[in-house]
Design a protein around this ligand. Structure first.
Ligand SMILES: NC(=O)c1ccc[n+]([C@@H]2O[C@H](COP(=O)([O-])OP(=O)(O)OC[C@H]3O[C@@H](n4cnc5c(N)ncnc54)[C@H](O)[C@@H]3O)[C@@H](O)[C@H]2O)c1
Length: 320
């Protein structure tokens, strides 16, 4: 099959593109390199440097489907520059859906996020939980989910939205290098590498076993496998929404301690005040992904996730 991967020069898109190639598919990556890297595009994929808002220029009936990763995804930036997020994430997705309709490409897998739920009333979070995003990033992703539902209902799109929790780890040459970095594991690894003095722990008085926030970390390779299953599960006229997480969480302190063990380096920590809008615990129920996609994540072990991310971080550091 032939797939267009938008955002395939970024972290998650590059790993999924590589998995598609390994499964024998033909892949074209469409990426404007705003936060991605040319070397993130897997060898074997065709590359178009361009914007998703211009997808109609490249999409034609030869494609069997689209995997849509291209987005702006920094929560903090979305609060101060919401217009960038509505434009890139919502207008970008709208243009893509139009291009798909025009070309007759009728299968879509979309990167949604746990941020669509906001502060949960209950954990683990199920897909029927209220969606009350607490920042513009989550709001734009939720808007796109609604847009996709309408497209499926009105025009028969076969669509799956995957709501990722905290993606982590690396897959061979493909890993996480956001700039600025806001995700915990790569930040703690930067401390282990001596590129940062200390890791800030935002609040240690939450109602959790060690007082620090608990999050659900999912290995990027497990996540990639869910995308391939989603392509198979997509049905015309249906929009399936599935959380992707491991269903168990790790606290900030557990992550820091795991990084110390895996890397053998000291990681100084500094306790800072809580950040507004940080829920104490965010953990997914992944029952829908298991039941409806047949997904069976096999890399839930935090030490393994950190070890893969560390190998990647070290390889990047050698290149710089
Ligand atoms: N990484 C996570 O933990 C996480 C969690 C939840 C959801 N997501 C979602 O997964 C997707 C991928 O995230 P990531 O961590 O790989 O981010 P990333 O920034 O590494 O990748 C995004 C890619 O999209 C490209 N891009 C952005 N806007 C574009 C546009 N208008 N046209 C063409 N290309 C464009 C960027 O250059 C980049 O290569 C995003 O949609 C994000 O919202 C990520």
């Amino acid at each position: 099959m032939k797939y267009l991967v938008t955002g395939g020069a970024g972290y998650v898109g590059s790993v999924v593109a590589q998995h598609l190639l390994e499964a024998g598919h033909e892949v074209t990556v469409l990426d404007n390199l705003s936060t991605g890297f040319r070397e993130g595009v897997p060898a074997g994929a065709a590359f178009v440097e361009g914007d998703v808002r211009d997808a109609a220029k490249w999409l034609d009936a030869s494609y069997d489907g689209v995997l849509h990763f291209a987005a702006s995804s920094q929560v903090g930036e979305s609060v101060v520059k919401p217009e960038k997020y509505w434009e890139n994430n919502v207008a970008g997705s709208m243009a893509l859906l139009g291009a798909m309709r025009e070309a007759g490409v009728r299968t879509l897998v979309f990167s949604s996020t746990a941020a669509t739920y906001g502060e949960p009333e209950q954990v683990p979070i199920v897909e029927s939980a209220p969606t009350r995003p607490t920042n513009p990033y989550g709001a734009t992703k939720l808007a796109v989910d609604h847009m996709i539902t309408s497209e499926a209902n009105a025009h028969g799109l076969a669509a799956v939205s995957l709501r990722y929790f905290n993606v982590a780890g690396a897959y061979g040459a493909y890993g996480e290098r956001h700039d600025p970095e806001s995700h915990l594991i790569p930040l703690v690894l930067q401390v282990a590498q001596g590129r940062r003095d200390a890791i800030s722990v935002y609040g240690d008085d939450y109602p959790t076993p060690d007082g620090t926030c608990v999050r659900d970390y999912i290995h990027v390779a497990d996540l990639a496998e869910a995308h391939l299953l989603a392509l198979r599960a997509a049905r015309p006229g249906e929009h399936l929404i599935c959380n992707l997480g491991n269903g168990s969480g790790f606290s900030v302190r557990e992550v820091v301690e795991t990084v110390r063990k895996v890397t053998g380096h000291p990681v100084p920590e500094v306790v800072a005040p809580r950040r507004g809008g940080d829920p104490a615990v965010l953990v997914a129920s992944a029952d829908a992904a298991r039941g409806k996609l047949g997904w069976n994540p096999s890399r839930a072990d935090l030490a393994g996730i950190v070890a893969d991310a560390w190998t990647f971080a070290q390889s990047i550091a050698r290149e710089q």
